[in-house]
Design a protein around this ligand. Structure first.
Ligand code: SF4
Length: 494
């Protein structure tokens, strides 16, 4: 039987977050998160305004304790007084009591099912407040912080993430509460994409249509952060999945907004359709590489590779159909022309187009044909894209959190310093995380971790093990390098 491949937005029911409607036929909303201490009302109001002025419809603030939870009300009041109708979300990780306080002040509350009990009636109490005030809820699953019992049953897998979300969604359904949004974030793009696709299948099986919030966590900064986010978010948007999104960058929060907006706009108006004779062994929820060929950039193409070009306004489906219909068994290099002159846009579009095929194992190479860019830039983008799609690691991978009100040091400057001294260590993954509460879990598969543990103090990790505690920030990077040297994983830059 022939299958038609085309862009079709997944059906999600509408959820209202203050004046912002997501799901249904509504445009995909762009959001970001403050990194000011939420207890500092003045600073948080100013930063929320700057994010809103950059074009975000929704802004999230962390509420880790009572002081922060109680600061939310004056923050929302000040914003409204000043004419900002931006939807405000409270981010709760651990304490149900703070979720209740926050729900009395904001438009949406995000809870992490890994840290929030389903027993004891707390979720029901939170939902009752949300229902009374018209507040939405986000079930925000994180790959790095699954509940112990889920982890023991599934490991830290996409299936475990889905089980965690479904448990909470079923409870929401039992109490007839549907103003719920779900997210399945990971810093690993393959895990993230599979988790969302599996969740969509699981919800469809149970007749659920909750809207989805997309994001790649700890994507880092600069062009790497943009490409990594575009790979994960773009793969899902191409399949019509996603109703709101956040690009997480270790930069000023307002910088996230234009990247998110570029992604949303890029997927508008995709009309081209393609057919395939059969899907063969292709599965969007499993990584099944077609060949064991080396993943390559365009400068490395040989006759052993086949170049497949996409020219329509729906490149993801065009490539998918072309590759599945091919008789040729050679590994595939994806080629597409980008006439944009802004290098950042070329990188975002190419990552959003090609990432899906790379993550699914359908292609082994990339060719960004961008006449306005120089060769070195294109080569760099292609290598970062292969790395962001987890096919070829050619540089140190930084799993850096975007920072939030819990961050205990200047993470943007520190990340730049760490990169300056370690970016030549291409086989390493280094986590750079703002706080010790969520940082260690969320840097999941990092080889080393640099984690804020108290004001200006850092705790260093090897994998998930603490190696040195509470070192002053001024010495922490030297100590990290010493640890890498002792482990025999250091070499001097060439
Ligand atoms: S790891 Fe970073 S973004 Fe996550 S809660 Fe801690 S400081 Fe905030």
């Amino acid at each position: 039987m022939q299958q038609v491949l085309k862009y079709r937005r997944r059906t999600a029911h509408e959820v209202r977050i203050a004046g912002v409607k997501i799901g249904g036929e509504n445009p995909i909303a762009v959001q970001s998160m403050t990194n000011t201490p939420t207890s500092d009302v003045e600073c948080s109001v100013e930063q929320t305004k700057s994010i809103a002025d950059a074009g975000a419809e929704i802004v999230r603030l962390t509420a880790q304790g009572r002081r922060e939870g109680e600061a939310l009300r004056p923050i929302v009041e000040r914003l409204r007084e000043d004419g900002y109708q931006t939807a405000i979300v409270a981010d709760i990780h651990f304490t149900p009591e703070i979720a209740m306080i926050a729900a009395e002040a904001v438009d949406k509350v995000r809870i992490n099912p890994g840290n929030f009990r389903t027993s004891g009636g707390e979720l029901e109490r939170l939902i009752e407040i949300c229902r009374r005030r018209g507040v939405a809820l986000r079930i925000g699953v994180n790959h790095g912080s699954l509940a112990r019992r889920i982890f023991d049953e599934y490991g830290d897998t996409p299936e475990g993430m889905v089980a965690s979300a479904m448990e909470f969604l079923r409870m929401c359904r039992v109490v007839d509460f549907h103003d719920v949004v779900v997210s399945m974030k990971s810093s690993n793009t393959r895990v993230m994409v599979q988790a969302y696709r599996l969740l969509v299948e699981a919800m469809e099986r149970e007749g659920m249509t909750y809207p989805l919030h997309l994001g790649v966590t700890e994507a880092g900064d600069g062009i790497e952060g943009r490409i990594k986010s575009a790979v994960g978010i773009g793969a899902l948007l191409a399949d019509g999945i996603g109703d709101t999104l956040r690009v997480s960058l270790t930069e000023e929060p307002a910088n996230e907004v234009p990247v998110g907006r570029a992604l949303v706009d890029y997927f508008k108006g995709r009309t081209a359709e393609f057919t395939v004779a059969s899907l063969g062994g292709y599965s969007p929820t499993e990584f099944r590489p077609r060949t064991s060929a080396k993943p390559i950039t365009h400068s490395e193409i040989t006759s052993e590779y086949d170049v497949v070009e996409a020219t329509s306004n729906n490149p993801t489906h065009e490539w998918r159909a072309a590759i599945l219909n091919r008789e040729d068994s050679r590994p595939v290099v994806l080629r597409r022309r980008y006439d944009e002159t802004n290098p950042e846009l070329v990188a975002i579009y190419a990552a959003a187009d090609m990432g899906s095929l790379l993550l699914d194992g359908l292609a082994e190479g990339v060719w960004i044909d961008a006449p306005a860019l120089d060769e070195a830039t294109i080569e760099e983008f292609e290598l970062i894209l292969l790395q962001a799609s987890r096919l070829r690691f050619s540089r140190t991978e930084y799993i850096a959190c975007p920072s939030c009100g819990r961050t205990l040091y200047d993470i943007q400057t520190t990340l730049a310093e760490i990169k300056a001294r370690t970016s030549h260590l291409k086989d390493l993954k280094i986590g750079v995380m703002g706080c010790i509460v969520n940082g260690p879990g969320e840097m999941a598969d990092a080889d080393y971790g640099y984690v804020g543990s108290s004001a200006e103090h850092i705790t260093l990790y090897r994998g998930q093990q603490i190696v040195e505690r509470n070192i002053h920030q001024s010495e922490a990077l030297d100590h990290l390098i010493e640890i890498i040297k002792r482990d025999g994983r250091w070499h001097d830059p060439k």
